[in-house]
Design a protein around this ligand. Structure first.
Ligand code: SF4
Ligand code: SF4
Length: 265
């Protein structure tokens, strides 16, 4: 019997989500016995135009070339899974969308801007092609990737876990930093998947897994204001790794540019 074929494609990204694959360690070796990994540059396999059963896509669409390339990936794949914040919401690089002055920032950053070809706005993968499954996070977790592969290979609908980080916090018996320390924690509006990593180490969640189901973002922003955060600081809680996720963008924009200074939270 032919093994299912897998590819891992990179677009505009830092490679961190591909590293999550490599960090599977022993599980990756076992996986390699059950599937055929045909394209995965970070691991040394290169066959970008081959047809596969599952294509994992890391990174956002930031250049005209990427816009063309994702069409080819889609055409060659039975299932397309976008992995990580860059692929699902545009990631950090999409912060430039907030300013809207595409030419200005490019001219300010690059010595020879005439050689830089970029899209006017950074886009998530789903803006250009049909995506069968989105795995959020910066980076995604190894457990998410394994669960997705298992489900897709058995033709079972993967679970789209959109619970809040707060639920994971309770399961892990972590002390709530929002209640006990008035920390501006994004956990009440952020989907779980990270195992409440930051709160378990006494740090406020910063929303890297994107919006949870029915996120009450405006209410949480008002709570942050009650803690004394200035508007710019509140905006930065929402306009960060997943700034283009509609729920975060909506609330973040209310406070963006309406602040009175550059207060860091
Ligand atoms: S989602 Fe985060 S870890 Fe993954 S490629 Fe983008 S910046 Fe890197
Ligand atoms: S620390 Fe954050 S994520 Fe955890 S329960 Fe409190 S608000 Fe929720």
């Amino acid at each position: 019997m032919n093994k299912p074929r897998i590819a891992v494609h990179k677009f505009s990204s830092c490679d961190g989500c591909q590293l999550t694959f490599l960090n599977l360690g022993e599980a990756l070796l076992q996986l390699n016995e059950q599937v055929e990994i045909l394209h995965f540059l970070e691991a040394g396999m290169s066959d970008a135009e081959t047809e596969v059963d599952i294509a994992f896509v890391e990174g956002s669409l930031s250049t005209p070339n990427e816009l063309e390339r994702i069409q080819q990936v889609r055409a060659n794949s039975r299932y397309l899974v976008s992995i990580g914040a860059c692929a699902t919401s545009g990631g950090l690089q999409a912060l430039r969308n907030l300013e809207g002055q595409h030419d200005n920032w490019r001219d300010a950053i690059y010595a020879r801007p005439e050689f830089i070809q970029t899209l006017k706005e950074v886009q998530p993968i789903a803006a250009a092609v049909q995506v069968d499954l989105e795995l959020w996070g910066c980076p995604v977790s190894s457990a998410q990737i394994l669960a997705a592969i298992r489900a897709l290979l058995f033709d079972v609908a993967p679970i789209d876990d959109r619970d809040r980080v707060c639920l994971e916090c309770k399961r892990q018996q972590a002390v709530c930093v929002l209640v006990t320390g008035a920390a501006p924690c994004m956990g009440p509006v952020t989907r779980t998947g990270c195992g409440a990593l930051c709160p378990r180490f006494g740090r406020a969640c910063y929303g890297c897994y994107g919006p949870s189901e029915t996120p009450q973002t405006d209410t949480l922003a008002q709570r942050f204001a009650g803690f004394g955060l200035l508007p710019d600081a509140i905006a930065r809680r929402f306009l960060l790794i997943n700034s283009q996720a509609p729920a975060f963008l909506h609330t973040g924009k209310v406070f963006y540019h309406s602040g009175t200074g550059d207060q860091d939270d």
